[in-house]
Design a protein around this ligand. Structure first.
Ligand SMILES: Cc1cc2nc3c(=O)[nH]c(=O)nc-3n(C[C@H](O)[C@H](O)[C@H](O)COP(=O)(O)OP(=O)(O)OC[C@H]3O[C@@H](n4cnc5c(N)ncnc54)[C@H](O)[C@@H]3O)c2cc1C
Ligand code: FES
Length: 365
């Protein structure tokens, strides 16, 4: 059974601070009122979902929390870092128009990419590219705050120093933890002293592995493009770090999914015609009929059922539900393990139904 508590509700939160990080990225902090602090408690690595209507269309976007969870005392704010994606619906809006005092609809933190603090001394590696720094920064802060015997090494790739998000916070950590926190900068379009030139590749990771004077890494946390994650994982595995200790978060996937191909990537013959669907969310069950060629989550959203979702691309995990009757297969899945799939869990944004009727439960996950 997963330890994920599904919270489908959005709450209006006050934007308490907006800081320009680079010309193309911004940090946005939200004030958490006292009555919502338990809902917004989080673990380093998790993300929030922001819902907003732009040009009459509702968009939901996931943003990893860059601030560290408060260990004791109230969690009265969370901060996210948003990098502008050219042509995007929400990130250009966030960078140009969101101001202190705005109210935005925010879903409480979710996500399985998280750091569980430990009292045992640890040395962790973070590998981030571009906006992938956001969850890694939160994890780094959590590790370092755990005590003087905990250390963190960061490999951070950008085009140039001007593109580095949260550079002030990273420098502040270097000052606060001079022996525990090391940073290896990697720039693909600028040659700088003390920095590697190029992308984060096998050579860059091996360079850091060879030059690490502290203990070997206990775990690695990766966030960036799929190619970087694949290379980093392979390199770290070759260097002896087991797969169980390598964790990653994707913000986007390279390949587009299709919903009408009649075939699903993970196998299974799709149903045809109309399908009777029962959906349980927040203790309430609703019925609908959907076309077999439709993605399950799309049909649920169309029926105006308030199921949780964020990325709609199979990368964030907020749309997980359990199939309690019938069957479904996923177009793509980079999140659920084989045993979770065997337990009936599916990513509803990737689910194609393979039975004439199906019942799914968003609460029982
Ligand atoms: C779990 C999770 C955590 C995330 N955390 C962060 C974060 O901390 N900071 C952050 O800036 N973003 C983060 N993202 C990405 C974010 O949710 C949005 O996808 C991103 O801001 C683009 O949204 P948009 O509405 O501007 O663009 P859209 O209108 O969604 O997309 C426009 C185009 O850009 C492509 N695209 C979308 N995202 C990216 C990307 N990251 N790089 C390149 N191309 C892209 C799309 O495929 C599409 O073609 C996260 C995503 C996930 C799933
Ligand atoms: S909505 Fe993000 S994985 Fe389905």
């Amino acid at each position: 059974m997963l330890e994920i508590f599904v919270m489908t509700h959005f709450y209006p939160l006050n934007v308490s601070q907006v800081d320009n990080l680079t010309t193309q990225s911004v940090a946005i902090s939200f004030e958490i009122p006292a009555d919502l602090q338990s809902n917004f408690a989080f673990k380093a690595g998790q993300y929030i979902t922001i819902k907003h209507t732009i040009h009459g269309k509702e968009v939901r976007r996931a943003y990893s929390i860059s601030s560290a969870p408060v260990v004791s005392g109230p969690q009265n704010s969370v901060t996210v870092g948003i990098k502008e994606v050219a042509g995007g619906a929400f990130s250009p809006y966030a960078n140009r128009y969101i101001q202190k005092g705005d109210i935005l609809e925010v879903m409480p933190p979710q996500g399985r990419f998280l750091y569980e603090p430990t009292t045992a001394a640890v040395h962790h590696l973070g590998v981030a590219a571009g906006s992938g720094i956001t969850p890694i920064l939160s994890i780094a802060k959590s590790v370092l705050a755990s005590g003087p015997e905990h250390s963190f090494t960061l490999i951070y790739g950008n085009k140039s120093p001007q593109d580095v998000m949260f550079s002030n916070e990273i420098e502040a950590l270097q000052t606060a933890y001079p022996t525990q926190f090391k940073v290896q900068w990697v720039y693909s379009q600028a040659k700088e002293d003390q920095a590697l030139f190029g992308r984060i590749d096998t050579a860059a990771i091996n360079y850091v592995l060879k030059n690490t004077d502290t203990a070997p890494f206990d775990g690695a946390y990766l966030c960036g493009p799929e190619g970087m994650i694949k290379t980093a994982t392979e390199t770290l595995e070759k260097a002896g770090l087991s797969k169980d200790h390598i964790h990653y978060e994707l913000f986007t996937v390279a390949t587009e999914s299709t919903s009408d191909s009649g075939e699903a990537a993970s196998g299974g013959a799709l149903a045809v015609g109309k399908i009777a669907v029962e959906v349980t969310v927040d203790g309430e069950t609703a019925s609908l009929e959907m076309d077999a060629k439709t993605i399950l989550l799309d049909a649920i959203i169309k029926a105006d059922i308030d199921a949780p979702y964020s990325c709609q691309g199979g990368v964030c995990s907020s749309c997980i539900c359990k199939v309690t009757k019938g069957s479904a297969t996923m177009i793509k899945n980079q999140i659920l393990t084989d045993s979770e799939i065997a337990d009936g869990l599916v990513l509803s944004c990737q689910a194609m139904v393979t039975s004439t009727e199906i019942a799914v439960d968003f609460d029982d996950v």
